[in-house]
Design a protein around this ligand. Structure first.
Ligand code: PA5
Length: 464
């Protein structure tokens, strides 16, 4: 994987917008302190995701487990939300055939279908349960804390559905992924003898895709989890560099932080030029938003910082958001993800079949002779160049292809970049105190003992 960053700099744009090259040198000069801070905090137990590349026994355990279970079930139903769901969706989207669940057994190479039930919208839940055969399903309940309201409510509904169909055998269709000691899910597992995988205690949800949280569902659908971690290891190795210009994740973080704080470019768009990274962009959105949007800094000072991540897909969003990126406020950085090779490509034919059908109108004659992949790539090149001409900052992640290794590397790259960005912003990227108040008010509304029933502010709502 390569990071192209020339179009973040003034001399790679129109000469007026973007970061001055001298700023890059300043950032490089300050990077030593950032790297030191990350190392220091890592030694103190933060940045636990670095250690995920050393999970030999876990990978072995998951692979063996998945081999046995995957064959006995033709549907995997994941219950989880946020960091316990988005990574799995990204892996499935990137590394399995598009529209995976619509293929027959042969089309899925006899691996199970996979549904991730993130929300508690009753219409989605009832449609999923109507579609899935409880006798052939494996339900993976994933919650680091083991107490998230949405996931636990899903679990109770699904558990009743399983019991109704299977009676006492229901628990054989369950696997939990949770904290090794704490939480209600762990308590249930112990009490009911449900097979359970551990999430490392120090690991936050949005940094957990390369832990059993994402690895088990991935292995169940036939993704090579050893290769995922091998790719992740490559990203970690590159992040050992103390020179900013040799450390892509650190450079990405530094440039985005400087674009935000120097130039007000606080909207950070991720725009892969492939449908198969659509969910990856959603995963990134949570990682960047929940990690970097903070009220206080490490010293406890009120700062209210945080870039706003936006997910987009090329070329689709050229017909949706790109007008805004091109001509709207200078408040964005776009990151393109470009595939050097598509796994399969389709030539654009001149006619239905050789010698048949009418001639094409002259306006379309430029298309045949190229492939869909070439068209998509040309659109990436053109959009990136046009944005540069308009003085709009962008960078590009060049992936040689979509494979478990490149996706593992890209995911670890983003986790590293998020960790570095936390250091540049001076905030803790691993907590999420801002979601706590909403949780408490939900508990109150649901009548959970010990929670107050009224918000302190915003009680009266104007409506029309
Ligand atoms: O990143 C996070 O910590 C959150 O998004 C969590 O993943 C999410 O709230 C779900 O939490 P849990 O896995 O504890 O159910």
């Amino acid at each position: 994987m390569k990071l192209g960053y020339g179009r973040m700099l003034q001399d790679g744009l129109d000469g007026r917008h973007g970061l001055p090259r001298a700023r890059l040198a300043q950032l490089a000069g300050r990077f030593g302190a950032v790297q030191q801070e990350v190392r220091h905090r890592r030694a103190a137990g933060e940045y636990a995701f670095y250690d995920l590349v050393d999970q030999g026994p876990t990978v072995q355990q998951i692979s063996t487990f998945a081999e046995g279970l995957g064959q006995a079930h033709d549907h995997v139903l994941v219950l989880g939300i946020g960091g316990s769901a988005l990574g799995t969706k990204a892996l499935l989207n990137a590394l399995r055939r598009p529209a995976w669940n619509e293929w027959d057994d042969e089309g899925r190479e006899f691996y199970p279908r996979l549904t991730v039930l993130e929300n508690v919208d009753p219409s989605t839940v009832s449609a999923a349960l109507a579609r899935i055969d409880p006798r052939r399903v494996l339900v993976n309940v994933i919650s680091k804390s083991g107490g998230t309201a949405e996931t636990m409510a899903q679990y109770l509904v699904v558990r009743a559905w399983l019991e109704e169909a299977l009676g006492d055998a229901a628990f054989r269709h369950l696997v939990f992924t949770t904290d090794p000691v704490r939480g209600a899910l762990r308590e249930l597992a112990t009490r009911e003898g449900v097979v359970t995988l551990d999430v490392p205690p120090e690991l936050g949800g949005r940094f957990s895709v390369l832990s059993p949280v994402g690895l088990l569902p991935a292995a169940l659908v036939g993704i090579d989890i050893g290769a995922l971690l091998a790719g992740a290891r490559r990203a970690i190795e590159r992040a050992a560099a103390d020179e900013l210009l040799r450390n892509p994740a650190a450079l990405y973080a530094a440039l985005h932080w400087a674009a935000d704080t120097d130039l007000g470019a606080r909207i950070h768009v991720l725009m892969p030029y492939t449908d198969r990274l659509r969910e990856f962009a959603e995963w990134y959105r949570q990682l960047w938003a929940e990690s970097l949007g903070k009220r206080v800094d490490r010293e406890g000072r009120t700062v209210h910082v945080g870039p706003t991540p936006v997910a987009a897909v090329g070329a689709t969003d050229q017909h949706s958001q790109v007008q805004l990126f091109m001509e709207g406020p200078f408040d964005k950085v776009i990151t393109f993800v470009r595939l050097e090779r598509f796994g399969e490509d389709i030539p654009i034919p001149a006619r239905g079949s050789p010698g048949s059908g009418p001639e094409l109108p002259p306006d379309l004659a430029y298309l045949p002779g190229h492939s869909l992949g070439q068209l998509l790539d040309a659109e990436y090149e053109a959009t990136s160049a046009a944005l540069a001409e308009m003085g709009r900052m962008s960078c590009t992640l060049h992936l040689p292809e979509l494979s478990a290794e490149t996706i593992g590397e890209a995911m670890m790259f983003y986790q590293l970049a998020t960790g570095y960005a936390g250091a540049w912003y001076g905030i803790d990227p691993f907590d999420q105190p801002g979601v706590e108040l909403g949780k408490r008010l939900t508990y109150a509304a649901m009548g959970r003992p010990g929670y107050e029933s009224k918000p302190r502010a915003g009680g009266s709502v104007d409506e029309v």
